[in-house]
Design a protein around this ligand. Structure first.
Ligand code: AMP
Length: 113
């Protein structure tokens, strides 16, 4: 069975896609928690960061570099932004397909709730 994000990758479910390459896709979160809330998702299904293995190193590196490029392109480098990966129940993960949240456009509280 496909994950929700695989359905977005295959265009089965619509999304506001702002970036895509061979390895990952970036689209707007449907329930934004900040003025800008993006999700960056690898096309390979890794169920969560806690189960990523060394064979995924290239993908994980690509995601980090890509999120930085997107943040720069969107103009968030001067005021800053936050990148979050939730894992598991206590982490607040609701979709079992690894994704990085990029939150920007307002001052974010620390510690998070
Ligand atoms: P997490 O709780 O870390 O697993 O994040 C899952 C995120 O996916 C949440 O922020 C949801 O708002 C977001 N989400 C759920 N369904 C969609 C959708 N169809 N399009 C875009 N984002 C979604």
């Amino acid at each position: 069975m496909s994950t929700l994000f695989e359905k977005i990758i295959s265009r089965e479910i619509p999304a506001d896609i702002i970036y895509e390459d061979d390895i990952c896709i970036c689209f707007r979160d449907i329930e934004p928690q900040a003025p800008t809330h993006l999700l960056l998702v690898p096309k390979k299904v890794i169920t969560g960061i806690g189960v990523a293995h060394s064979e995924d190193q290239k993908i994980l590196g690509h995601l980090m570099i890509t999120i930085a490029k997107i943040a720069e392109q969107q103009g968030f480098n001067s005021n800053g932004f936050r990148v979050i990966i939730n894992h598991g129940i206590d982490g607040g993960q609701t979709v079992d397909h690894l994704h990085l949240h990029l939150l920007a456009g307002r001052a974010l509280n620390w510690p998070p709730g």
